[in-house]
Design a protein around this ligand. Structure first.
Ligand SMILES: [Zn+2]
Length: 331
């Protein structure tokens, strides 16, 4: 009994400290006699909440729940007097605050559980309809999108790349693997990809969009500079191919972009093919670099020197890649 008294005394004093400070709020007696309160005792809170919401919108032009207003709601609810004594009184007040917060949440955010239930029912209905109407394109499309999302997920991980490729209907090119092969240096890959798509700013293209002194190849100054000329048919390019063949062996170099793409289709079958592919990418990169030097620096590299640069950089790349693999296999 002594314990009960001790426990009851403190909350009683705490309750007396919290008095109803807002004269606009209905008192607990009014609350008890209000017919609208008979159901759950929450309606005045909702009304008050709506009134404060309107005030906030007009005063501060805010349209979202602010922690300040939520705190005010709790304080208002707590400060209202309620019948009872001691711990029982506090419990009743807490119960009232809980219901006030629930009503506040429903009014501001909405009933999340209800929304979830509705969405789940809609999804189940669509699945059922998809099973019943296999020829309906719209229903099957909704079902297909769901299948795409499931395919893009592996375990608990979701791949945005896979999902995007599935949605846009990706058509992979066979030569892409060779161009983006990890044995090819990143800067070489970029130029390689530009060549494959004929996207470099060669003079035949520039000649159409701006005024240029001429559209001749800046290296040999004999023929019009096109992708096919600068990378496959230029006299300088053939000199470079010969220089590379002296240390690489007698390999067949492509004579056009289309032929190059054909070679790329089978360029990742084995390590030898991958190294040849890396050499080809490096040669194209240095050819383009040399062409730019001719345009901007008025200097041209000797074919044998360019060939040595290619050899050094590819050798270094292959050694680095494979030494890394050996290291990672060791540990
Ligand atoms: Zn040329």
């Amino acid at each position: 009994m002594a314990k009960k008294k001790r426990v009851g005394r403190k909350p009683a004093s705490a309750a007396t400290e919290i008095v109803d400070q807002d004269p606009d709020l209905p008192s607990i007696q009014e609350e008890a006699t209000d017919p609208e309160l008979a159901e759950d005792g929450m309606m005045p809170v909702v009304k008050e909440n709506a009134r404060r919401q309107e005030q906030d919108k007009t005063q501060a032009n805010k349209d979202w729940v602010t922690p300040k207003r939520k705190a005010q709601l709790v304080m208002d609810c707590w400060n209202k007097e309620i019948a009872g004594n001691g711990l029982d009184k506090i419990m009743r007040k807490l119960f009232r605050v809980k219901h006030a917060l629930k009503a506040f949440q429903r009014a501001e955010v909405g009933d999340v559980r209800k929304d979830y239930k509705e969405a789940k029912e809609t999804f189940c209905n669509i699945q059922e309809a998809a099973a019943n109407f296999p020829n309906d394109v719209f229903i099957q499309q909704v079902n297909l999108d769901e299948a795409i999302l499931q395919q893009a997920a592996r375990g608990d991980k979701f791949s945005a790349k896979k999902c995007y490729n599935s949605l846009v209907g990706e058509t992979p090119f066979a030569y892409a693997n060779a161009i983006w092969d990890t044995l090819v240096l990143p800067k070489h890959r970029f130029i390689f990809w530009q060549i494959a798509n004929s996207h470099l700013l060669t003079r035949d293209y520039l000649h159409h969009i701006m005024v240029t002194p001429n559209n001749l190849c800046p290296v040999c100054e004999v023929e019009v500079e096109t992708h096919d000329h600068i990378f496959f048919n230029c006299y300088y390019t053939s000199q470079v191919f010969e220089a590379v063949n002296r240390w690489l062996g007698d390999i067949h170099w492509p004579r056009s972009t289309a032929e190059m793409l054909q070679l790329c289709n089978n360029a990742t079958k084995d390590l030898t093919q991958r190294i040849l592919n890396a050499v080809m990418a490096a040669v194209f990169y240095f050819l383009w670099k040399n062409r730019n030097k001719c345009v901007f620096d008025y200097s041209c590299m000797v074919p044998s020197k360019l060939s040595l640069e290619v050899r050094k950089i590819v050798q270094l790349r292959v050694v680095c890649k494979y030494s890394n693999q050996v290291e990672s296999n060791r540990f």
